[in-house]
Design a protein around this ligand. Structure first.
Ligand code: HEB
Ligand code: CA
Length: 326
């Protein structure tokens, strides 16, 4: 049956969109892919752009507001608008780099800073094979003041502290179960500053693939450290070169979240659907959804992991070798 959605022709003369407000995003996407993400790769800049979405959005606290203290504006761009202040907060260590890399893109496009940060994270993630298509909205209102310090979880925080912080920021929506869903992001992640002697130490053996290896590997027995063994927020990992966060270790084993953690093992559809769901909500913390336009259609659907894995099997490789010889 014919699609009934009426599309508008964008002024770029190439694209169409369901809402004219989305038209500008095609150029932002293509600029990001060419000039920040190395032609569309799931490497450090993509990972850091995704991490930045969390550190901007999570800085909101109804609990502080109820005490008459400004609690931050959530996904309001404050981490970049007030970067001198917020990137100096301890949990934001290292994010000064991606904030600076993103600033020229923000300057040459016409998005709010808040929209840009979430959009760059969604586009970065779309470069990771196996990732879900993450939500993209436009229309967020930018921050007029920095978020207060103390609202971004640290790897040395206990599950109690982390669960309480996420519940506060989300007004009760993100419980222990949804906290595990959020941590799917650590499948495309590495640490630069937990152990600064070994920057770029990944959390799983496939940091450029959105798979479920992270959930498997955090459950294995920890025996080694990628660098030195005395860093705050780090515990022993099972694989040479891999870094394990204390918070991931603890949440994987806490009796409130362990079953949910294990349910992700080998469950690729779940690792896509659950993160897609929590990112949608996280990415609009502090904003009014009724004044936003959904432009998710601009985010390319990532390469499925089945196809990726298929391409990598030894059988495929030898078959293609035979074919090229024939
Ligand atoms: Fe994350 C990374 C922590 C959640 C995303 N982390 C990371 C790190 C840490 C963390 C420590 C490292 C940094 C450096 O560089 O050194 N997280 C954390 C915690 C939490 C989290 C504690 C709570 C539980 N994340 C999260 C979320 C997300 C994320 C929710 C999303 C959204 N991360 C991330 C990423 C990364 C990280 C993507 C990577 C980055 C790179 O690679 O650079
Ligand atoms: Ca992975």
């Amino acid at each position: 049956s014919a699609a009934l959605t009426r599309r508008v022709a964008c002024p770029d003369g190439v694209n169409t969109a369901t809402n004219a407000a989305c038209c500008q995003l095609f150029a932002v996407r293509d600029d990001l892919q060419q000039n920040l993400f190395h032609g569309g790769l799931c490497t450090a800049e993509a990972h850091e752009s995704l991490r930045l979405t969390f550190h901007d959005a999570i800085a909101i606290s109804p609990a502080l507001e109820s005490q008459g203290i400004f609690g931050g504006g959530g996904a309001d761009g404050s981490i970049a608008i007030f970067s001198d202040i917020e990137t100096a907060f301890h949990p934001n260590i290292g994010l000064d780099e991606i904030v600076e890399l993103q600033k020229p893109f923000i300057a040459r496009h016409n998005l709010s800073v808040a929209d840009f940060i979430q959009f760059a994270g969604a586009i970065g993630a779309s470069n990771c094979a196996g990732a879900p298509q993450l939500a993209a909205f436009v229309g967020r209102v930018d921050a007029t003041q920095p978020a207060p310090d103390g609202l971004v979880p640290e790897p040395f925080h206990t599950p109690d502290q982390i669960f309480a912080r996420l519940a506060d920021a989300s007004q009760g929506e993100f419980d222990e179960i949804l906290t595990v869903w959020l941590l799917v992001a650590h499948t495309v992640a590495a640490a630069n500053d937990v152990d600064p002697t070994v920057p770029g130490s990944p959390f799983d053996s496939t940091p450029e693939v959105w798979d479920t290896q992270f959930f498997v590997e955090v459950l294995l027995n920890g025996t080694t450290f990628p660098g030195t063994g005395n860093n705050q927020g780090e515990v022993a990992s099972p694989i040479a070169g891999e870094l394990r966060l204390q918070s991931d270790f603890a949440i994987a084993r806490d009796n409130r979240s362990a079953c949910e953690w294990q349910s992700f093992v080998d469950n690729q559809p779940k690792a896509q659907a659950m993160f897609q769901f929590v990112f949608h909500d996280l990415s609009i913390f502090g904003q009014d959804i009724n004044s936003l336009v959904d432009c998710t259609e601009v985010v390319r659907i990532p390469t499925p992991i089945e196809r990726f894995r298929h391409r990598l099997t030894g059988e495929d490789r030898s078959r293609s070798r035979l074919r090229s010889r024939a």
